[in-house]
Design a protein around this ligand. Structure first.
Ligand code: HEM
Length: 431
């Protein structure tokens, strides 16, 4: 925007209008990104801002019109550059018939298309005075905010309740019990899950709330985690920090070849509906933050194998230096073999990689006044075994275990994307 133009020329109408507006090319750090991400509408990337107030408006407007495709080979919310906020909810079905389940999935598919396009799921203001609003309204006028909604099916969906056993992906089962976990059934499992990510928390919350509400006679929410301060980064994003103060997401799956090799499911699932899908692993990991905060910096760095401020591997200088697990300092490994990164790096795990797409969370204080906070770890992989093999190593050897507890867990088969308008998730189950 030029200096002469008043800030209010960034009118709501202009940003919500969509057609004829300019594509975002990195304005204010919001990048259209990888994986087929598209910006519909957009902000004034080719104009210069000088006034900080204008910058704020520009950012807000950019996010309001940022949207990712709902139809395509893959669901959005996997290779989408991580948005700032998460609402993750696992649901149990109270439905008793396949037809009821079919209705839930069909309604959700249509509602997800609406909401990811920034539209309400129905009337916010019914015309009749006694009409009940269909959409609850709290995201009305807020735009898309980069909202993505990613649906997954838990292993329990394929038990004998709905006759879906023959559609179960090969070897799909609950995660095995692993060392170092203290899982709470209140944060574990679920027949279905929705991962809602958006740059505004209210937009993500509204989406899950309305999905739950429209299916309330057929599904019950089982557990929810509200995440903030994404703890992972896409290719053009600055690496954020987890609540232990370390950069998280420096080395992650990136680029189409890596996604094809490590993330997108294919024929091995032996279910055509999983082509282009993935498996989502969710772990609610509580951090013992008070204890961590008293740990000396040398120990903190040696636990992760990286420096705190820069995020450099202890064998290098800069964040993106490739860790050298053979480097030695004074006859000792620069990166301790039992450090977090040494245990899980692909170089030390026969090439195994997972896409980490986690968020920080806090539930306030616990009953004795300690911080109730941690990492909502979410990873996507072609096969849940990738996560299991890494977590088995971490669970038995990671020095980080002294400071964390895995309290929640779920594994979900995420179907491939919907091909076109009118299609719905699960259609093939009910043919
Ligand atoms: C609260 C728990 C955890 C914390 C605080 C944490 C933190 C970190 C940090 C700071 C890094 C280094 C920066 C980076 O490359 O992103 C990292 C890397 C990594 N973490 Fe974790 N992590 C946690 C749990 C897990 C779990 C449960 C897994 C998988 C089972 C995992 C897998 C990885 C992988 C694969 C890397 C990349 C290693 C590399 O290639 O160098 N992390 N994590």
């Amino acid at each position: 925007m030029s200096d002469e133009q008043p800030a209010d020329s960034l009118s709501r109408r202009r940003f919500f209008g969509g057609a004829g507006s300019v594509a975002v090319a990195g304005a204010g750090g919001l990048i259209a990104g990888t994986g087929g991400a598209a910006v519909v509408g957009g902000a004034l990337a080719d104009e210069q801002a000088t006034d900080p107030a204008t910058d704020v408006e520009r950012l807000q407007a950019t996010s309001a019109t940022l949207s990712y495709p709902y139809y395509g080979a893959h669901q959005s919310g996997i290779d989408t550059p991580p948005q700032d906020h998460l609402v993750f909810t696992a649901f149990d079905l109270s439905a008793t018939t396949a037809t009821e389940l079919q209705l839930v999935l069909a309604k959700w598919s249509a509602a997800m298309a609406q909401m990811t396009a920034g539209r309400p799921v129905g009337k916010v203001e019914p015309t009749r005075e006694h009409g009940i609003p269909v959409d609850t309204g709290e995201a009305f006028d807020m735009g898309t905010q980069g909202l993505t909604l990613t649906l997954g099916y838990g292993p329990s969906l394929f038990d004998d309740r709905f006759g879906l056993a023959k559609f179960k992906p090969k070897d799909f089962a609950d995660l095995p019990a692993m060392a170092g976990e203290a899982l709470d059934p209140a944060y574990t499992g679920g027949d279905l899950c929705i991962q809602a990510c958006a740059n505004d928390p209210q937009v993500a919350y509204h989406a899950v709330r309305n999905l739950a509400r429209m299916a309330r006679t057929s599904v019950k929410t089982r557990w929810t985690v509200l995440g903030f301060g994404r703890a992972s980064a896409g290719p053009h994003q600055k690496t954020p920090r987890n609540l232990m103060g370390f950069k998280d997401g420096t080395r992650n799956v990136s680029g189409e070849a890596d996604f094809a090799e490590h993330v997108w499911a294919g024929d091995e699932a032996q279910q055509p509906w999983m082509n282009g899908g993935s498996y989502l692993v969710a772990r609610k990991i509580h951090m013992l933050i008070e204890t961590w905060d008293e740990d000396p910096i040398g120990d903190q760095q040696s636990i992760f194998g990286r420096t705190k401020q820069e995020g450099a591997p202890l064998s290098g200088q800069s964040e993106h230096d490739v860790p050298d697990f053979h480097a030695a300092v004074a006859g000792k490994p620069a990166i301790a073999p039992d450090s977090h990164i040494a245990l899980v790096a692909h170089e030390n795990n026969a090439g195994t990689k997972i896409l980490r797409r986690g968020y920080n969370f806090t539930d306030g204080l616990d009953s004795v006044g300690r911080l109730d906070a941690g990492l909502m770890f979410i990873s996507f992989q072609k096969n849940p075994e990738q996560f299991v093999s890494l977590q088995r190593k971490l669970g038995s050897s990671d020095r980080l275990n002294e400071y964390i507890r895995h309290v929640g867990s779920g594994v979900f088969a995420v179907p491939g994307g919907l091909p076109e308008s009118g299609s719905y998730y699960g259609k093939e189950f009910f043919a």
